[in-house]
Structure formats: structure tokens, C-alpha cells
Design a protein around this ligand. Structure first.
Ligand code: 13P
Length: 253
């Protein structure tokens, strides 16, 4: 962590929880936050977002959607627009999560259009990047992630680039229990920051929060969060239980 940057701890609930569980999880988290300087963001399944936003009233918790389409409205069955996200009062959107890229075939081009649309509607895009195991084994981690960053940020002004939050989630670490070591994660985060610096400048690179995601648990958070370029985490499985998520978001170094 580097206290100059915004610190963000996010929970991606993926396609889990019932409505009651979602609300109870939200209430439990709100009651247990002790580090108020950290931004806590919940990404429930879209159908529960409004209930979770209601449960967050009067708390510092922020809520986001796990995905979004880039058009304002239209004949796009099953999709949600940035206008709708604004309408219900959500602040963030996850874009380019590896499950969207690899299960649903989302391309860098599509993800880029979503990033642009989110910024145009004052929604903070959390742009997810990360390499597959075979890409890491082939020595292509950096080139893969660099391409995802370059395409994701394509054409954004420096002012707009500063509105993006990046989440580095190596695909081999997601849901596998195989967390990246703090050294591997830090080296990728530093590389991502350098990539942003080359695209823009040092001010932009130094201001963008870069979160780590992939098997983050209460017992490995401290080592990761101690790294200078890790500005928070994006948690999957361990964000579905009040106590384990609180143990992560309240970590003390
Ligand atoms: P896990 O924490 O379950 O590995 O999931 C990470 C993730 O994909 C968060 O977006």
C-alpha cells in the first residue's frame, strides 16, 4: 500500500447468495468495518444490487455491478446500461473480469467500449486484467497484461485515465487457492504502473489504484497488502462470509 493512493477493498460475489444472504452479508460487513479510510465496494449479483444499496444507506459502503453493456438503451436482451446503473445509485462496475473474457468471450475491444461508457456516465470502471497459466508458463504474463491495459485505455485522455481502477487477477489464481506470492503480485503491479506511465505520465500512473485478486484470504492478505504497488484487493470466495471479508478489509500491517 501507498497511503497517497485511494485504498480499495472489493468483494465480487459472482453468481452466489440469495437475496436474504446478500442483505445479511451487507449488514454484517457495514457493522464490522474498522478502517474507515479504506473504500469498501460490494459487487452483488445484479438482481440484488438495489436491495444491497438500500442496506448500505447510512454506511460508507459502495456498490457496483459485475458487468454492463456500453449502449445507453436499446434492443439488447439481457443487458444493463450505464444509465440504469446510475439510476439505481451504484458507483462502480467490474469490467473485463476473466470469467467474462474466458467463459463469455468478451474481447479487449468490447471491454474498451464499456470502459469509455462507464467513464462517460461517471461510473468508476474496475478494469480486470490477468494472464492464463499457459501464458505465465510461456513467459507471456507481462505482454498479455500490457496488451489488455493498452487496449482498455485506448484513446482515454489523461484526465479520464485517472478515473479507472485496475484489478490484476492472474487467472491461475482465481478460485484455485493458489494465490500469487506477494513478490509475483508486486512485480506485475509495478509493471502495470510502468505501462500506464508509458501511456500517460508519472502523475497518472502514481494515482491509479491497482488491486490484486485471486485467492485472497485472511491468512495471505497482510503479505500482499504490504507491497508498495498493491492498493487493495478484489476478493471472490472469501468475500461471501462476513468474518473472512472483515478479516481482510480490516487488516493491519
Ligand atoms: P477468488 O478470491 O475466489 O479466487 O476470486 C477472485 C476473483 O475472481 C475476484 O474477482
Amino acid at each position: 500500500m501507498n497511503a497517497q493512493r485511494k485504498q480499495i477493498f472489493a468483494g465480487n460475489w459472482k453468481m452466489y447468495t440469495t437475496k436474504t444472504e446478500a442483505v445479511n452479508l451487507t449488514i454484517g460487513i457495514a457493522e464490522g468495518i474498522s478502517k474507515t479510510e479504506r473504500e469498501i465496494v460490494l459487487f452483488p449479483p445484479s438482481v440484488y444490487v438495489t436491495c444491497v444499496i438500500t442496506a448500505c444507506e447510512g454506511t460508507p459502503l459502495k456498490v457496483g455491478f459485475q458487468n454492463m453493456y456500453y449502449e445507453r438503451e436499446g434492443a439488447f436482451t439481457g443487458e444493463l446500461s450505464p444509465i440504469m446503473i446510475n439510476d439505481v445509485g451504484a458507483h462502480y462496475v467490474l469490467l473485463g473480469h476473466s470469467e467474462r473474457r474466458h467463459i463469455f468471450g468478451e474481447t479487449d475491444d468490447l471491454i474498451h467500449k464499456k470502459v469509455v461508457a462507464a467513464i462517460a456516465h461517471n461510473i468508476t470502471p474496475m478494469l480486470c486484467v490477468g494472464e492464463l497459466l499457459e501464458e505465465r508458463e510461456a513467459g507471456k504474463s507481462e505482454s498479455t497484461v500490457e496488451m489488455q491495459i493498452v487496449k482498455g485505455f485506448e484513446g482515454l485522455s489523461a484526465e479520464d485515465a485517472r478515473k479507472v481502477v485496475i484489478a490484476y487477477e492472474p487467472v491461475w489464481a482465481i478460485g484455485t487457492g493458489k494465490v500469487a506470492t506477494p513478490q509475483i503480485a508486486e512485480s506485475m503491479h509495478a509493471f502495470i504502473r510502468k505501462t500506464v506511465q508509458k501511456l500517460y505520465n508519472d502523475t497518472v500512473a502514481q494515482s491509479i489504484p491497482i488491486l490484486y485478486g485471486g485467492s485472497v484470504k485472511p491468512d495471505n492478505i497482510a503479505g500482499l497488502y504490504a507491497m508498495p504497488d498493491i492498493d487493495g484487493v478484489l476478493v471472490g470466495g472469501a468475500s461471501l462470509k462476513v468474518q473472512s471479508f472483515l478479516d481482510i478489509i480490516n487488516v493491519t500491517l
